[in-house]
Design a protein around this ligand. Structure first.
Ligand code: M6P
Ligand code: ZN
Length: 169
């Protein structure tokens, strides 16, 4: 393949030209949240623009602000099927990257403009928007990493007295 460039709109998170776009609504990830029934339909939780190659994939996520019950909007989260790492580059908004080994070890790191988070292989990972604005971030990962969604996260990020609190883990 030839070298190429893509344009990241640092306000909206759009990555163009992209090769795929994913939208996830509450009903696509209901089991991720503790609250079972949410009144008010099926809100859009996040959108992902992906530029795939046969080596590395580039993806931006726009994770909207909000809560389901007392849990902040978050991505579904997964662990890679292959021994593959992933980098998060914060672009806009404020939040956390929650990482967890299936042995139960938990680590979380702040994600905002200028913060870069490195996730080693075999750590499950998800992002959580703890702010009032969309959380926008860029991910870079091997294209064949694979997504295993049968992962359990024991830590959760809740809004308590108006502030984020990490519980469990
Ligand atoms: C990032 C990357 C993608 C992932 C996306 C959404 O862009 O990690 O691989 O698909 O976030 O996360 P999830 O697949 O957990 O919904
Ligand atoms: Zn990943």
């Amino acid at each position: 393949m030839n070298p190429f460039s893509v344009t990241l709109n640092t306000e909206t998170g759009e990555l163009l030209p992209s090769t795929a776009k994913v939208e996830r609504r509450l009903k696509d990830m209901e089991s991720s949240y503790q609250a079972k029934e949410e009144e008010g339909g099926n809100p859009l939780i996040y959108e992902v623009y992906i530029r795939e190659t046969s080596h590395l994939s580039l993806a931006t996520t726009i994770l909207y602000p909000g809560t389901i019950g007392n849990e902040y909007y978050m991505t579904k989260g997964h662990v890679h099927i292959k021994e593959a790492p992933e980098v998060y580059i914060g672009v806009a908004g404020t939040g956390l990257v929650l990482t967890e080994k299936q042995s139960g070890e938990v680590e979380y790191m702040e994600l905002k403009k200028g913060e870069i988070v490195y996730v080693p292989p075999s750590w499950a990972h998800r992002a959580v928007n703890t702010g009032e604005e969309p959380l926008v971030f860029l991910n870079v990962y091997p294209h064949d990493a694979g997504h295993d969604y049968r992962v359990t996260f024991s830590a959760t990020v809740v809004k308590e007295h108006g502030k984020p609190k990490v519980k469990g883990g």
